[in-house]
Design a protein around this ligand. Structure first.
Ligand code: PHE
Length: 346
C-alpha cells in the first residue's frame, strides 16, 4: 500500500488528481482508513504490533500529500504570475486625457485668489425671478436699465407672481447672500449668465464673477485695493495699473468702470503698465461701485450701519486676456483642436 500510495502521490499532476489519491487512501472508505478500522477487532498483542505501523503509514501518506500539494500550488502560482506579467518596456498607447476648460480654470483661480482675501464662494440659481435680478437691485419695473439687458424671459410666472428669467448678471447673488446671511458679507459668486446677444465678443450664455463686501466703514479705497490685489494675482504681474472711470449702475452709487493698462507684444495684447504710455491702451474689465443704500435696504439691512462695495467681471473676457484667445464663441464650440491649440488638452 505504501509504495502504491507514494507512487500515485508523486505522479499526481494537479490539485484535483492529488485529491482523488487522498480520498482513495485516507477518505472514509480509503484503503488505509479501512485498515485502521480493523484494529478494533484485533487481540491486544496483534494490535500492539499493527497499531503503530498503520498510524505511521497514515501519517507518512498524509505528509506526502501535503508536500506534493505545496509543489503543485506553487507551480500553479508561477504559471499565473508568468501569464499576468506586464512588459514595462512596451510603449504606452496614446489615450484621450480630459482637461479643465479655460473657463473652469479661471473660476478655480478666482476662488483661490479670493479665498486668500477671506472671501467665500456663493452661488444662486441661473433661473431667477425679476425681483432678485432687477427690482431688489434698484431696477423697478419699467426702469430703462432693464431694457438694456436683452433678457430671456420664461412664459410663466412663479408661485409668487414674479416674472421668471435667465439671470442677466450674477448681481442677484448679492441679494441672495444678504437676505440669507445678513451682514457682514464677503463673497464672490462665479457662474453662468444669459443675454440675447451674439457676435465675436458676445455669446447668449457667458460667465461672470460677482464680488460683494458688506461691513461697517467700508469705502472706495477698499474696493480699489481689492481689485488691484485680485488683478495682480490673476495676471501674475506687479505692474498692473488700474483706471477707475465714473459710470452708472442702478445698484451702486457711486459707480466706476475699471480699465487695466495693456501693451502690445508680437501683436498680442499683454496686460500691464499704464494705458497712457505711448503704444499702450486701456481695456475695460469690470463694473463696480459702492452698494446703493436702496439695495441694502431691500435686503432688510440698515444702510446707516452697513456699507460695502460690489463688482462684476466677465470671466470669459478674463480668460481671453490671460490666455490670448480672440473669439469668445470658440469657448463654447467644444472643439478639441481649439483646446489643444491653447494648451488645454493633450
Ligand atoms: N452687474 C453688472 C453688469 O452685469 C456689473 C456690476 C456688478 C457693476 C456689481 C457694479 C457692481 O454689467
Amino acid at each position: 500500500i505504501r509504495t502504491d500510495a507514494l507512487a500515485r502521490i508523486a505522479s499526481a499532476a494537479s490539485a484535483e488528481a492529488l485529491d482523488r489519491v487522498r480520498v482513495a487512501f485516507l477518505g472514509k472508505q480509503g484503503e488505509i482508513s479501512l485498515l485502521l478500522k480493523t484494529l478494533g477487532r484485533m487481540d491486544a498483542a496483534e494490535r500492539q504490533r499493527a497499531g503503530p505501523l498503520l498510524n505511521g503509514l497514515r501519517t507518512e501518506v498524509a505528509d506526502a500529500i501535503a508536500a506534493r500539494k505545496e509543489v503543485i500550488d506553487s507551480a500553479a502560482m508561477d504559471r499565473q504570475l508568468a501569464n499576468e506579467a506586464i512588459d514595462l518596456s512596451l510603449p504606452v498607447l496614446p489615450e484621450a486625457v480630459g482637461c479643465v476648460h479655460p473657463v473652469s480654470q479661471v473660476m478655480d483661480e478666482l476662488a483661490e485668489i479670493f479665498a486668500d482675501l477671506g472671501f467665500l464662494v456663493a452661488s444662486g440659481p441661473e433661473i431667477e425671478d425679476d425681483w432678485h435680478n432687477f427690482t431688489a437691485l434698484n431696477m423697478p419695473e419699467s426702469h430703462p436699465a432693464r431694457a438694456m439687458h436683452d433678457t430671456f424671459y420664461f412664459p410663466d410666472q412663479d408661485a409668487q407672481g414674479r416674472d421668471m428669467l435667465l439671470r442677466t448678471h450674477t448681481s442677484p447673488v448679492q441679494i441672495r447672500a444678504m437676505v440669507a446671511d445678513g451682514a457682514p458679507v464677503r463673497i464672490i459668486a462665479p457662474g453662468r449668465t444669459y443675454r440675447s446677444d451674439s457676435d465675436a465678443t458676445h455669446t447668449p450664455m457667458f460667465h461672470q464673477v460677482e464680488g460683494l463686501v458688506i461691513d461697517r466703514d467700508i469705502h472706495m479705497g477698499h474696493l480699489k485695493w481689492t481689485l488691484e490685489t485680485f488683478l495682480k494675482a490673476f495676471f501674475e504681474r506687479d505692474d498692473i495699473v488700474l483706471r477707475l472711470r465714473p459710470s452708472y449702475f442702478p445698484f451702486t452709487e457711486p459707480s466706476a468702470e475699471v480699465d487695466v493698462g495693456f501693451s502690445f507684444q508680437n501683436g498680442r495684447r499683454v496686460i500691464g503698465g499704464s494705458g497712457d504710455t505711448a503704444g499702450h491702451g486701456w481695456l475695460e474689465v469690470l463694473g463696480s461701485g459702492m452698494v446703493n443704500r436702496r439695495v441694502i435696504d431691500a435686503c432688510d439691512l440698515d444702510p446707516d450701519e452697513w456699507q460695502g462695495f460690489a463688482f462684476g467681471c466677465g470671466i470669459d473676457r478674463l480668460a481671453m486676456l490671460k490666455y490670448g484667445m480672440s473669439d469668445l464663441r470658440s469657448f463654447f464650440d467644444g472643439d478639441l483642436r481649439w483646446l489643444r491649440h491653447y494648451g488645454f488638452a493633450a
